[in-house]
Structure formats: structure tokens, C-alpha cells
Design a protein around this ligand. Structure first.
Ligand SMILES: *[C@@H]1O[C@H](CO)[C@@H](O)[C@H](O)[C@H]1NC(C)=O
Ligand SMILES: *[C@@H]1O[C@H](CO)[C@@H](O)[C@H](O)[C@H]1NC(C)=O
Ligand SMILES: *[C@@H]1O[C@H](CO)[C@@H](O)[C@H](O)[C@H]1NC(C)=O
Ligand SMILES: *[C@@H]1O[C@H](CO)[C@@H](O)[C@H](O)[C@H]1NC(C)=O
Ligand SMILES: *[C@@H]1O[C@H](CO)[C@@H](O)[C@H](O)[C@H]1NC(C)=O
Length: 200
């Protein structure tokens, strides 16, 4: 009887100890970011934001995508988030630095966000955690080459959102068109918008 209790207790203790570890593991940064794999366009599939007001605003977008294109031999790449909202497409190209699994903006862009690419079992996805200047996660966004992911991939994402103590994610409507592919050759055509939309 005592033995059973002891075993039960032990197993519960070990379970409660392993839970946070499993959580930490599920939101770990990528060891290696393959820059060539990153190139091109990724559609936003789902996302969670810690700030309720920004999250409401975020939910009003029709669709969103990000585009990466490599520059020369430097560690810099072009990062172009685009957002379809309010019947318009908003996009902006940033020259960002990519070191390991971490993306940072140029100081001139005045965007105090650090993007970290996290591990995901989804093969054609990129999972990005956005940290604010206090190093607190403020967004977790799942992008894919597809417009929607499998249920088990969404379950993994939900668990990752929970691990970061963020609100339940919003899932994008896969039937809403993405902004048309823009080219970097015509910067004048870019519409700038001083809102949260332009960081992704
Ligand atoms: C998007 O990425 C592709 C491939 O890297 C590149 O050819 C294209 O110019 C990029 N578009 C923008 C707007 O950066
Ligand atoms: C979403 O797209 C529809 C057309 O597909 C458009 O009428 C509507 O204004 C868009 N909504 C937003 C918030 O952009
Ligand atoms: C991007 O930024 C880096 C660092 O500031 C700079 O060395 C590089 O020339 C820039 N690339 C382009 C194409 O503007
Ligand atoms: C970014 O951080 C710097 C220094 O903490 C601050 O002066 C600046 O206003 C911040 N910029 C934005 C856009 O939040
Ligand atoms: C960073 O985000 C956390 C969590 O949302 C928030 O409490 C904190 O005030 C933010 N810090 C800055 C400087 O925005």
C-alpha cells in the first residue's frame, strides 16, 4: 500500500517536473537557420499577440505574408512583411541582420523587436517569436508555404502559444488572397503605414 502511494507520488512529481521542460523544448530556437530555405514568400497561417488591443487590430487583417531575399555575402537579408487590411496592401522592405536564429532590424528603422526562429515539426513552416525591448515575447506567428496547416501542426502551435503564456491564436482565413508579389525594384510604390502592421 505504501509502495503504491510512493510510486504514485514519484510519478506525479516527475510528471510535474517534466512538463515545464517539455514546454521549454517545444519553443526552442532553431540551431541552424538555412538562409536558402528561408528565401521567398511565406503566408501567415496563425498568430498570437500578447497585447489585447494589438491582437484585435491584427485579427482584422485579411491576410499577411513575409518575404525573404538574400543580399550579397553579408549576414543581411531583405525582409518584406505585407499585410492585406482595410482593402489595401501594405508592405515595406527592411534590410535586416540575421545571426544564428535571430533577426534584428537596423537602428534607423526604430523597430525595437527581435525575431527568433523557433523549432517546428512542420516541414514547410517558419515559426517566429517576436520579443520586445524588455525581451518579453509579444507575438508568436506561424508562417507556411501553404495557406493552412494540418490539424496536428496546429495543435503543436497551440501548445507552443500556451508555453509562452500567450492568448489562444487567431487562424487566418486561407481563402483570402495574399497581397500580390511585389518587387524591390520600385520602392516608390511602397505604402508606408505607421502602425503595428508593418513588422509582420
Ligand atoms: C521575395 O523573395 C524573392 C526570392 O528571394 C525575391 O526574388 C523577390 O524579389 C522578393 N520580393 C521582395 C518584395 O522582396
Ligand atoms: C477583405 O477583403 C475583401 C475583399 O476580398 C474586402 O472587401 C474587405 O474590405 C477586406 N477587409 C479588410 C479588413 O481588408
Ligand atoms: C544592409 O545593411 C548592411 C548593414 O547596415 C549594409 O552593410 C548593407 O550594405 C545593406 N545592404 C543594402 C543592399 O542596402
Ligand atoms: C526603441 O528603444 C529606444 C531605446 O530604448 C527608444 O528610445 C525608442 O523610442 C524605441 N523606439 C520605438 C519605436 O519603440
Ligand atoms: C514588453 O512586453 C511585456 C509583455 O507583454 C510588457 O509587460 C512590457 O511592458 C513590454 N515592454 C516594453 C518596453 O514595451
Amino acid at each position: 500500500m505504501f509502495a503504491v502511494c510512493a510510486v504514485a507520488l514519484l510519478c506525479c512529481m516527475s510528471a510535474s517536473h517534466s512538463a515545464p521542460l517539455a514546454c521549454e523544448d517545444s519553443v526552442r530556437p532553431l540551431d541552424q537557420l538555412d538562409r536558402r530555405r528561408l528565401e521567398g514568400r511565406w503566408a501567415l497561417v496563425a498568430g498570437s499577440l500578447s497585447d489585447p488591443a494589438q491582437f484585435e487590430f491584427f485579427k482584422r487583417r485579411n491576410s499577411s505574408s513575409i518575404n525573404f531575399s538574400s543580399t550579397s555575402a553579408t549576414s543581411n537579408v531583405f525582409y518584406t512583411p505585407s499585410v492585406s487590411a482595410g482593402g489595401k496592401c501594405h508592405f515595406k522592405t527592411y534590410n535586416v541582420s540575421l545571426e544564428g536564429s535571430v533577426l534584428t532590424f537596423d537602428a534607423l528603422d526604430q523597430i525595437n523587436l527581435t525575431l527568433t526562429f523557433l523549432h517546428s515539426s512542420c516541414q514547410d513552416c517558419v515559426l517566429i517569436r517576436f520579443d520586445n525591448e524588455s525581451k518579453k515575447p509579444v507575438r508568436l506567428l506561424l508562417f507556411s508555404r501553404r495557406r493552412e496547416v494540418e490539424q496536428k501542426e496546429m495543435e503543436e502551435f497551440n501548445a507552443q502559444v500556451q508555453c509562452l503564456n500567450m492568448p489562444p491564436p487567431a487562424v487566418m482565413d486561407p481563402t483570402k488572397e495574399l497581397c500580390p508579389e511585389e518587387t524591390t525594384s520600385d520602392p516608390a510604390a511602397q505604402t508606408e503605414e505607421k502602425t503595428e502592421g508593418q513588422k509582420a
